[in-house]
Design a protein around this ligand. Sequence first.
Ligand SMILES: [Zn+2]
Length: 200
Amino acid sequence: MVPHHADSIEKLINRLIKLPGIGRRSAERIVAYILDSSTEEIRGLAGSMMRVKESIRFCRICNNLSEGEICKICQDAHRRKDIICIVEKPGDVAVIEKSAKYNGAYHVLLGSISPLEGRGPADLKIDSLLLRLKQNNIREVIIATDADTEGETTALYLAKLIKPSGIKLTRIGVGIPVGSNLEYADSATLSKAMESRQNI
Ligand SMILES: [Zn+2]
């Protein structure tokens, strides 16, 4: 099929369809939106994208996304630092934060154990987690990895590792459908899962 768009439009469409959830039809609608908007608006949009790309990094303490060296959650003096909730990715922090029932700290593993895809414990941020558990007075560790095979494998591995320390260890789960990712759970389900977490 010969593209009927101007070259620059076709180029933009081909970039946009690489974005998650964007098909050709949506890409064309975004291009139409861009053409309809003011230059200022679109310059702001492009600038915001660049700023996020250039300024966001992983928090030095918990690996959550952060503008500076330490993320807002780790900086927050009102949050409990003696409870750590372990999640797979920064997006999971956002999901749990939305449920607004958790007031502790996080530790983002930046992945999960997946023998099939060749990812082992060494590929995750586990060393820094163990260091945190050793250095700080941690009362409870909540494992909130996904309910799929990789998430369960990771949870089991962490449980074995952390148990000897004597720190209270819990796993969220009730209400999270087996085999599913945290990010698809709604706030009510998630807050219930957090409340009804069980000792492991
Ligand atoms: Zn942090």
